[in-house]
Design a protein around this ligand. Sequence first.
Ligand SMILES: C[S@@+](CC[C@H](N)C(=O)[O-])C[C@H]1O[C@@H](n2cnc3c(N)ncnc32)[C@H](O)[C@@H]1O
Length: 288
Amino acid sequence: MKKDKNYIDLGERGKYNPNNKLNDLTGKEWIKFTKSWFIHRPPRRKEDEILHPAKFPETLVGEFIKFFTKKNQWVLDPFLGTGSTLISCIENNRNGIGIELNKKYFVTAAKRIERLQKELKSDLKIKLYNSNSNDLPKLLAEFPPIDYCITSPPYWNQLERNSIRQSERKKKNLDTKYSSSEDDLGNCKDYYEFIEKLCRIFDKVFFVMKEGGYLTIIVNNIYFESKLYPLAFDVAIALTKRSEQSWVMKDEKIWLQDDKSLIALGVNSAWVGNRHHQYCLIFRKETK
Ligand SMILES: C[S@@+](CC[C@H](N)C(=O)[O-])C[C@H]1O[C@@H](n2cnc3c(N)ncnc32)[C@H](O)[C@@H]1O
């Protein structure tokens, strides 16, 4: 490690500026992440991860966590699923808090986290709640302000609809909905009511977030009953119009899913796309 005037030379990684306020990346790594799209081919999912119908890869979350936080800072995921965000926190030396409504996913997440912490002899502070994210301010009352939130919420009723992929899961006896709980946002019947309920949870994330902290929501537009619901766009618009003090939208990054197989949809009849990308919407808390 060589020090020149203001930078620390980290060899292949590039040069790190000790005045970097946001993360522990070098200039070279920082610039690489700012491209508006990326292709991410996740490693094959393990047995206990297949249980969850819509898990995002730890490796992908890791890239975001490394950009939006420094070591030992606090990361939150209010829709934890089987724990990807917290696994990624442990792998990248961040403290983390996760909230998951469904007991089965919560238990899987807890087991995966315990196993990894033992394996890595990690003493990071990792906290999981089997709870409704509406209770977030109460659950997080004793914690320091959150540095970064990354999450992927239910995509409205997307899991329940009878898509080809969901029929495949049904055949294998795998979950095709998260739960039957009324608190589960995936069970909300009305699209606009769903958006409002989702925004109310992000209002609560806003409340526990530090000034200048970022929020990344991984979400997509969805197709239901022969019509596109622009869920990603509607969430972006709704969240930035909550009140005078709401999230400021900064950008989107598009995750290109180049590893999904094409399905014959609407062939010889009408346009139905194979949607092989997701939106990673980036917001910031800026009240001053
Ligand atoms: C898209 S999945 C998240 C998957 C997660 N990123 C992973 O990699 O496993 C959304 C999750 O939100 C949970 N959920 C739905 N409503 C909730 C609520 N009100 N509070 C907390 N969790 C909720 C569902 O049970 C589901 O596991």
